[in-house]
Design a protein around this ligand. Structure first.
Ligand code: HEC
Ligand code: HEC
Ligand code: HEC
Ligand code: HEC
Ligand code: HEC
Ligand code: HEC
Length: 384
């Protein structure tokens, strides 16, 4: 059934870096007696893994608003001016960068992104809202702008805390591993299968999103768009895995062992996945099935502005342009990234659209919240 909806097209999957070693690495950080470090915020070096860049942003940032690929084709996640590329929620004037959004906006307002810049904390938040993990010492569950002190080398009951010492920002979420090594990700070959989920063993996780502690050896599963949704359409986009859980309160459902994007977010925001009581939903559901009935039945064509998670990606060869609601059998799910960008967005709470303009009985028609709640705008179920 599901297979019938899968688009035939599936481009070359090239999630590993390519090109001459010297574009990215330097053996001695010296040529003619001068430093080889290039890219955004270049310092003098040398830096780890023999890289020619000053940290992640050395390759993943650009000093303008138009560049979306940097050194060696690296996807840009931080532009120093508002990005002029990528999806928009308002017909084209406000672009949002690549799939994850852009860190440009968190520099304009703390609420518009994860505060990943060294020493630039969030003025309003002292820890990740909804945090379930009791740990101080600047762990990534507390904040992403201060280096984690390693809990004194193993405290807090953590068996891999010491190895994550010094982590903050990008590496609070990406490239997390049991031994703490910040290497072995960029050259991992993801080409065996359209679904990136570390299989065959040793291949990468979706966008280098892996975990530690209970999630040691686990990570996020999904299908990666080759252009990181620089220009997404209903048939060209990322795919995310989800797992249906009625109340979300089962320790398994927020564990990365299920390889879902929602579980990844819940590693730091776990309480936001505690979502149903006898009186019904008490938090907006995530990884809950989109019903086939009523207003939800109107969301049938995939819209990259409000992505859904799929209950099973086994055998998928590319993205699907359909949304399949659940009837008797569980189907596609609403998830954290249905409403949020993980890096930053032009809107408060790093939402994918301007929440202030979502007017019940008004509009905008079939946009934002109304992509799923298709009749709360004009009373008519349906999504073009
Ligand atoms: C020397 C340049 C360079 C540096 C430094 C660098 N990257 Fe990358 N990164 C790349 C390139 C090139 C790609 C694109 C690979 C491809 O074509 O799919 C990439 C891709 C990625 C991706 C997307 C992977 C995918 O599946 O598409 C993530 C996530 C990422 N890098 C995170 C990081 C983080 C975190 C750091 C710092 C610890 C970092 N990078 C440092 C060059 C770099
Ligand atoms: C490694 C821990 C970690 C993970 C994983 C994580 N977050 Fe966060 N998040 C934080 C912290 C710490 C804060 C508070 C400080 C800040 O805004 O950076 C935060 C803040 C937020 C905020 C509020 C932003 C603001 O400033 O008001 C949103 C929304 C959010 N996260 C959504 C998500 C989503 C969606 C995911 C999954 C893609 C996710 N987070 C994954 C640590 C995390
Ligand atoms: C709160 C967790 C979190 C933090 C912090 C974070 N990322 Fe990401 N990143 C994600 C998620 C989740 C995705 C996947 C987005 C998607 O596919 O919708 C992603 C995607 C990416 C990609 C692929 C391009 C894209 O937009 O999909 C790159 C490259 C990347 N991140 C690099 C970085 C760098 C560099 C930093 C630090 C400046 C960073 N990330 C900080 C969670 C995070
Ligand atoms: C487009 C940028 C880019 C190019 C080109 C590149 N690398 Fe790398 N390489 C990286 C980044 C970024 C890292 C560190 C992060 C990681 O391992 O994920 C890395 C890590 C490594 C590592 C340590 C981790 C591992 O995977 O074993 C080795 C060894 C390495 N590179 C060798 C090479 C060699 C040899 C070449 C040329 C044949 C090359 N690289 C070309 C970006 C690049
Ligand atoms: C249906 C859309 C939607 C979904 C799905 C969703 N959120 Fe939110 N989120 C919002 C809105 C809207 C806000 C603004 C605050 C509010 O209305 O409660 C918000 C606020 C937040 C905040 C900031 C809270 C603060 O105190 O500043 C965090 C963190 C967050 N969400 C994380 C998550 C995580 C993690 C998930 C998945 C488990 C998730 N969200 C799923 C819409 C959503
Ligand atoms: C990707 C689809 C999707 C998006 C986007 C979405 N929702 Fe929902 N929403 C759902 C689903 C699925 C349910 C639960 C349906 C059910 O099982 O009863 C739900 C339920 C709700 C409920 C009712 C909870 C209850 O007790 O019945 C409210 C209120 C709500 N959403 C508000 C919002 C708002 C506001 C936004 C925009 C910030 C939003 N939703 C965006 C899918 C979505």
């Amino acid at each position: 059934m599901v297979a019938a909806f899968i688009a035939v097209f599936s481009g070359p999957v090239m999630a590993k870096v390519t090109g001459p070693c010297g574009n990215c690495h330097t053996m001695h950080n010296s040529q003619g007696g001068t430093s080889m470090i290039t890219g955004y915020n270049a310092g003098s070096g040398p830096y780890g893994t023999l890289l020619r860049a000053n940290g992640c942003l050395g390759c993943h940032a650009a000093n303008d608003g138009i560049t979306w690929q940097g050194v060696g084709g690296a996807p840009i996640v931080y532009n120093t001016f508002a990005p002029t590329y990528g999806a928009s929620s308002d017909g084209g004037t406000t672009h949002q960068g690549l799939a994850g959004g852009n860190f440009y906006w968190v520099r304009t307002e703390d609420t518009k992104g994860h505060n990943v810049f060294d020493g630039e904390g969030d003025a309003n938040l002292t820890e990740a809202p909804g945090n379930k993990v009791s740990c101080s010492n600047d762990s990534c569950h507390q904040n992403l702008h201060n280096a984690f002190d390693g809990c004194g080398g193993g405290g807090g009951g953590g068996h891999d805390h010491a190895s994550l010492k010094g982590r903050f920002g990008c590496t609070g979420c990406h490239m997390v591993s049991k031994d703490g090594a910040l290497s072995g990700f960029h050259h991992a070959d993801d080409t065996a299968d359209a679904v990136v989920d570390n299989s065959p063993a040793g291949q990468g996780w979706y966008r280098f999103l892996s975990g530690h502690k209970h999630a040691n050896g686990h990570g996020v599963s999904g299908i990666e768009d080759d252009e990181w949704q620089q220009n997404p359409t209903l048939s060209l986009h990322n795919e995310y895995l989800g797992k249906y859980e009625v109340d979300g309160n089962d320790s398994n459902s927020w564990s990365l062992q299920n390889k879902t994007m929602t579980a990844f977010c819940c590693g730091c925001h776990g309480n936001f996945h505690v979502q149903e009581s006898s009186e019904g939903w008490i938090r907006h559901p995530s990884d809950a099935v989109i019903p086939i009935s009523g207003e939800y039945g109107g969301y049938t064509q995939y819209d990259p502005l409000a992505p859904v998670a799929r209950p099973d990606l086994t055998g998928w060869t590319g993205p699907s342009s359909s949304v399949n609601q659940g009837g008797i059998v569980a189907e596609d799910l609403v998830m954290c990234l249905s409403c949020h960008r993980p890096h930053g967005s032009p809107y408060p709470d790093m939402l994918r659209w301007d929440y202030d303009t979502m007017i019940a009985g008004g509009g905008p028609n079939d946009n934002g919240c109304f992509i799923c709640h298709t009749s709360k705008d004009d009373g008519v179920p349906g999504n073009p």
